[in-house]
Design a binder for this molecule. Structure first.
Ligand SMILES: [Mg+2]
Length: 259
């Protein structure tokens, strides 16, 4: 049987639960990525997180033993900026952190803070400083016709103690509930981020590698792409029994990519 790494030319890796858990490297992950690189495969790191710029993500990866350049990191923030600038968006009101602000500004989109009268787009990502005034301003701007875009729809993210804290999806829900308008979402499982990742990698036979059924695997399935679910993150083998999507492959960890 053809080894897995020879069946694809582009490997799109999710990060948390696949290459590291928080600050802890996942054993075998670094070796798998370097084996792919040595075999000439294209490797890209894909994250729904819009708060951290690619340079910060690359440094986190390097600290976990996986050397990466910022160019190899595709974030939902970068994909959102590309999407909007491609549509001629000139100005945005942002509920979000450094990653999305940097990406939009870098794409030539003017950031309007405070309480602007009008903008082309309201862009929402994880924002740990969000308050009522920001949510109110965002809702009013959507009501006035601004495009409403979310970097990702993640309801929550894991806090250091294991409890769940509100994610970008929770902030989006507040604005959607107020305005009666649903946001267009860029991150997994929606196709925009994964398409941007493949465009960055190049190649035509992608394998999406992730630990979540509802984002990584569902996103790949929606595009008709193959996927590898690793059990080093959030998903347990028993979760597969009544799952809505089925990964192409399931493995305990990334050592399946060595051979
Ligand atoms: Mg993950």
């Amino acid at each position: 049987m053809t080894p897995l790494r020879d069946r694809y030319d582009a490997f799109l890796f999710d990060l948390d639960g696949v290459l590291y858990r928080g600050d802890e490297p996942i054993p075998g992950a670094a070796a798998a990525v370097s084996a792919l690189r040595e075999a000439g495969r294209r490797v890209v790191f894909v994250t729904n997180n819009s708060a951290r710029p690619p340079s910060v993500v690359a440094a986190h990866l390097a600290a976990a033993g996986v050397p990466a350049t910022p160019e190899e990191v595709v974030t939902s923030a970068g994909a959102t900026a590309e999407l909007l600038s491609g549509r001629g968006c000139r100005s945005a009101f942002v509920v979000g952190e450094e990653g999305i602000r940097e990406a939009l500004a870098g794409a030539g989109i003017e950031l309007r803070d405070g309480e602007p009268d009008r903008v082309d787009a309201v862009v929402v990502g994880l924002d740990r400083e969000a308050d009522y005034t920001k949510l109110r301003t965002a809702s009013v701007l959507v009501d006035r016709g601004a495009a409403f875009v979310g970097t990702n729809g993640d309801a929550s993210f894991p806090a250091p103690d294991g409890s769940r804290w509100p994610g970008a999806g929770a902030l989006l829900a507040a604005i959607a509930t107020t305005s009666g308008t649903e946001a267009e979402i860029v991150g997994k499982p929606h196709p925009t981020l994964l398409r941007a990742a493949l465009a960055r990698a190049g190649g035509g036979r992608p394998l999406v590698v992730g630990d979540r059924l509802d984002t990584d695997i569902a996103g790949a399935a929606g595009l008709g792409w193959d996927s590898l679910l690793v059990l080093t993150g959030i998903t347990r083998r028993e979760d597969l029994q009544d799952a809505a999507v089925t990964p192409t492959y399931v493995a305990e960890d990334l050592s399946i990519l060595h051979g």
